[in-house]
Design a protein around this ligand. Structure first.
Ligand SMILES: Nc1ncnc2c1ncn2[C@@H]1O[C@H](COP(=O)(O)OP(=O)(O)OP(=O)(O)O)[C@@H](O)[C@H]1O
Ligand SMILES: [Mg+2]
Length: 238
């Protein structure tokens, strides 16, 4: 079990990154262990999405090291990171709206694993099983989010970066998505989640980082955060 913790974990050391000449993240150190959820919280514009993009390779750091499963992946392209089991679910879901649910899932499978993959995904989200032939873009926002999660799950990822999965969803769907995230972590994956539902995110997470203006102003357990001034200063209530 310990070896899988070692192989699955993400580590950022001294990361500075941004867009063009604009620096957004400054000297970031962060660790995401396998088999648990780490929450990344902070006000709008703090740099949370930029951090996730830096991990998946969409944004290149100007300083520092990104390690995944003990390997230095700082210079690897996004596609190579994905092959190693790193999955980024971006804001806005990243599904193919004009394709059916089945086709969206098929795109994740090699030619020989299609049935198995669809079975695995529909077991996780039964609603998708009833809608395999429906165009993804015609489903509700919550169902589209489930499809987006299912596509990530299909890869059996070692690390999942989830950016605002619950944005705009009804509480009952948020519950379902959070239950799913819990299950994926319990199966051994490392999860780094950004979410506006602070209370729910804290209930799921075993570690939390709070970011403001591209720097961490807190790292610790959810229990420690709730007792800290940082909570009221940067997070308020949800
Ligand atoms: N493609 C981009 N080019 C230039 N600046 C960007 C780009 N994307 C984001 N930024 C800037 O980087 C800063 C951090 O943005 P980021 O999206 O990482 O924040 P965030 O914490 O995810 O915010 P939110 O909670 O609103 O999603 C902001 O000042 C934003 O304007
Ligand atoms: Mg964001």
């Amino acid at each position: 079990m310990n070896t899988s913790v070692e192989t699955n974990s993400l580590e950022l050391v001294g990361i500075t990154s941004g867009y063009g000449t604009t620096t957004i993240l400054r000297n970031i150190d962060l660790t995401v262990p396998a088999g648990s959820v780490t929450a990344l919280l902070g006000p709008n514009g703090a740099g949370k999405s930029t951090l996730l993009k830096t991990v998946s390779g969409l944004v290149r750091p100007t300083r520092g090291v990104v390690r995944f499963g003990g390997d230095d992946i700082t210079k690897l392209p996004t596609s190579e990171r994905a092959k190693r089991g790193l999955c980024h679910i971006p804001e806005g879901r990243g599904i193919f709206r004009h394709l059916t649910v089945r086709e969206n899932l098929q795109l994740q499978a090699g030619p020989h694993h299609e049935d198995e993959l669809i079975e695995r995904c529909t077991a996780a989200f039964p609603i998708l099983g009833q809608r395999l032939n429906q165009r993804a873009g015609s489903m509700s926002g919550g169902q589209q989010q489930m499809l987006s999660m299912a596509r990530a799950y299909a890869h059996n990822p070692k690390l999942i970066l989830v950016d605002e999965a619950s944005l705009g969803l009804a509480p009952i769907l948020v519950d379902e998505i959070f239950r799913f995230l819990r299950q994926v972590a319990d199966e051994g994956a490392a999860l780094l989640i950004v979410d506006q539902f602070i209370t729910r995110a804290l209930a799921l997470a075993s570690r939390v980082y709070v970011m403001n203006r591209g720097e961490f102003v807190f790292s610790g357990t959810p229990g420690e955060l709730e007792k800290d001034d940082v909570f009221n200063r940067y997070l308020g209530s949800d």
